[in-house]
Design a protein around this ligand. Sequence first.
Ligand SMILES: [Zn+2]
Length: 481
Amino acid sequence: MKYHINIGLEVHVELLTQSKLFCGCSTKFGAPPNTHTCPVCLGLPGVLPVINKKAVEYTLITALALNSQINKNCRFARKNYYYPDLPKNYQISQYNEPLAKGGWIQIKVNGVTKKIGIERIHLEEDAGKLIHGTEVQNLQDKDWSFVDYNRAGIPLMEIVSRPELASPDEAYEYLVTLRKILRYLRVSDCNMEEGSLRCDANISISSEKGKMGVKTELKNMNSFKELREGLWEEVRRQSELLDRGEKVVQETRLWDSRAKKTYLMRGKEEAHDYRYFPEPDLPPLSIDDNWIEKLSASLPELPQQRFERFLKQYRLPEYDATVLTDSRDLADYFEECVKLFPKPKLVSNWIMGDFMRLLKQEKLASIKISPSGIADLLTEVEKGTLSIPMAKEVMEEMFRTGKGVTQIIEEKGMKQISDEESLEKMAQEVLRENPKAVKDFQKGKYQAVKFLVGQLMRKTKGKANPQLANRVIEKKLKEYK
Ligand SMILES: [Zn+2]
């Protein structure tokens, strides 16, 4: 690649408040169209907006976590544009006085750690959603379009990065890292499918390092994968233009995930096109120091810090620490287990293995198996009551029914046979029943041992302690005449 790439991301995050930014309407996703609306969010005359304190709080928490400086006195602004999804014909946003400026996010790509600067963080309201006739099934007239204002007025936090991402892979990693932080902070569920995390990109290339080329804005990437694909396609398109001696034109382009191409959406647009002016219906926002101090003290441990602590405190490999700290809930769950069963690597193996497989169908918050259940299970494995395959079966049952370990062991008659005497008796029978295998062993074929152990396991319906079964068969073979 002979060009240097500069990418900046604008990330829109729907905040997890109960009500909208300037009215009391519910923010719950999936309600019938236009049922979560009122005169305020429909922009009817004679109504006034009132700011949602929780939305400001979530933005402040994010600013603190991203090392940004909070503007203690800031203001909302009107962004004027005309579009059917915007009932007031203006959006209440923030312009030159955002809630926070500066800050950074640390990312790691191909083993290299890098800090990506944050330009600004501000708060604004979302627009409604247009549904076009072509997208509606069983609709006769495909020329119709519909509008759903349930989303109009939902609080959106916009986080704008500096154009310091040097590749689409870095952009991908930045978004993954940001999403993880926001989920730890519990300010958003960051669900890209439901539109609670959206991302636009500015991208330019240049043959001179440190010099910025002409940028294009790229929209409509609806997943992490599409973000990376769309950006690589735009890099390819711009490189071809420069290779031919042509110029990149500043414009907004749309990613088409099916054609894997970007298309011109509209020409250059500037801030002055929106006629921003201070919002006259809302007083300036003044944030007091006590509030910031309180929020600062209540910040949770962030993913990066928690990852580093897991390495040190539990001596876990990097891979384990990465998986276990991927979500705050999982990390909490792991730590609860370790409190009750203080062998971190063993707990980690069980959680990352079958536990995660079973968890895929459920949410951690709603599962029936508690950390103390995991601790009980591992205790039984350690005591030798349960073999590994048995313990896996018990875990599955615990996931399904929420029953305790002891109860399941009793109900299923699952106790592992660790009594040497009775196993020896059964081993004797196994040898008598399989004279050919015994002969093979005597001829030096060690493989025969494996076969005979298998037979013994079958005889005990899998309840024999595997190490003991192996030892007993070997012992009996040596004694066999
Ligand atoms: Zn409303």
